[in-house]
Design a protein around this ligand. Sequence first.
Ligand code: ADQ
Length: 502
Amino acid sequence: MPDIARYLEDRALVLLSNREPYEHVHGKNGIEVRQPPGGLVSALDPTMQRTHGIWVAWGSGSADRETADEQGRLRVPPDDPTYSLHRVWLDEEDIDGYYLGFANSALWPLCHMLIQHFRFRAEHWTRYQNVNERFADAVASEAMRAQADGRQAMVWIHDYHFALVADLLRPTAPDAFVHQFWHIPFPPPDILHLLPTDVHDAVLRGLLGNDLLEFHTERYAFNFLSCVAESVPDALVDLERRQVTCGEHTTTVGVFPISIDVDEYESLALRPASSARVAELRARYAPGDRQLGVSVDRIDYTKGIPERLSALELLWSESPELRERFTFIFVATPSRSDLAPYKALEEEVISTVAAINARFGTPDWVPIVLVNENVNAELLASIYRAADICLVSSLQDGMNLVAKEFIACQIEERGVLVLSRFTGAAEEIDGAVLINPFNVDGFAAGIRHALAMPREERRRRMADMRAQLAKSTIFDWLEAILSEASSLMNERSVQRWKEPAR
Ligand code: ADQ
């Protein structure tokens, strides 16, 4: 891990995300601590430990209140505390309105351009505004506290749950440098316009409260700038320099493709237990010259799961020679099950897999092995390593980390990545077989092509993708963002010093 602390100098990093890095829950043996799975927390937690920052997040655990003080603060990691976690409390109505409502039923589908799932309710929006205000207050109090200790705050906001926070901080934490990473796509103007006008404008103005706004790809950055150019009359948009100026405030828009901890995935895949599991998986599902496919996702309508199942069905129907010769492991975790479209999709996935297995299966062969749960990282790494192909079929996806995890775990370089052209990963990585998940025939042809690809071409493509990934890890992402934020912060201090009368 690079020395991130040097970018902060003596500044305090105040990080805001919806999910917290440590959750306390009532378990069988009393209060237990859980760390949510996923690359982001595992990259940001060591950063916070080294920089002694403050993490502000929703206190979602059943024992979270008991383990924090009356202001919701506690020191973490619990075993060896080095930084502070400030928990913000949400009640059922907040979760319904802010999280399940505006964030996940309005912004999420709009940003992924899947407008058939877009549901706007005024009461959700009101709740979202209210919850954003409470998070902004918590962040402002931490920025002031840091300032009282002689440290200027660098606030780093994560994601679409907090579109309004940066602007809310301008009056309450005027000396803080504020930046935000947007983890999902940003839609073009015609799509964002489906929001009521006042809401649409508030979202754009909220994001313009940032000093630096970060996206995965140039396309999302361009879409954001186009939305602002069309709808914010007092904004001066410089598309070339990717800057927006409103009055005296300038927002710089940057492109920073997120990645994974490549060494960690590679070493998980190389563990002796993983190697043994790879041998078991191949012996069971792909003995001899048979082949094994894999996919891994949260069950979400953005991931193109029905489209993937249709392509697999078409493949086995049109290419009967692949029956019993190609088996597919489908790792799919239920997600956001409180929302009707997600629950319906879970049921659809289970019944479609059952129908495909009934249609093509034989007494000795199950075409799709459905693993309908969360899988630990070591098992995931062995499945990725064992596979001959990995299918990523998102209809839209900010980046897609699964594609990168598959590449990192491909120790033998036997696998082919079949990747939707609508992922951020497809814009960054060269060497995958690109498909359009909306075109079932083309998708099935892409899978057929990947399965038939000669060994030497597979090896060359995978080696090439592994070399690209090694140069662009989660730590490179972190370093690029913090270095840009810190140099903008330095510039801003120089300007203030030059213009003290303002
Ligand atoms: P997600 O939409 O969650 O992330 P993705 O980037 O693929 O999508 O990350 C999913 C993560 O969950 C991966 O690390 C994967 O291994 C893990 N995962 C999925 N199913 C799992 C299972 N059954 N068991 C265990 N782990 C599982 C959002 C955006 C993406 C963007 C990321 C990061 O939607 O576009 O890449 O944030 O910015």
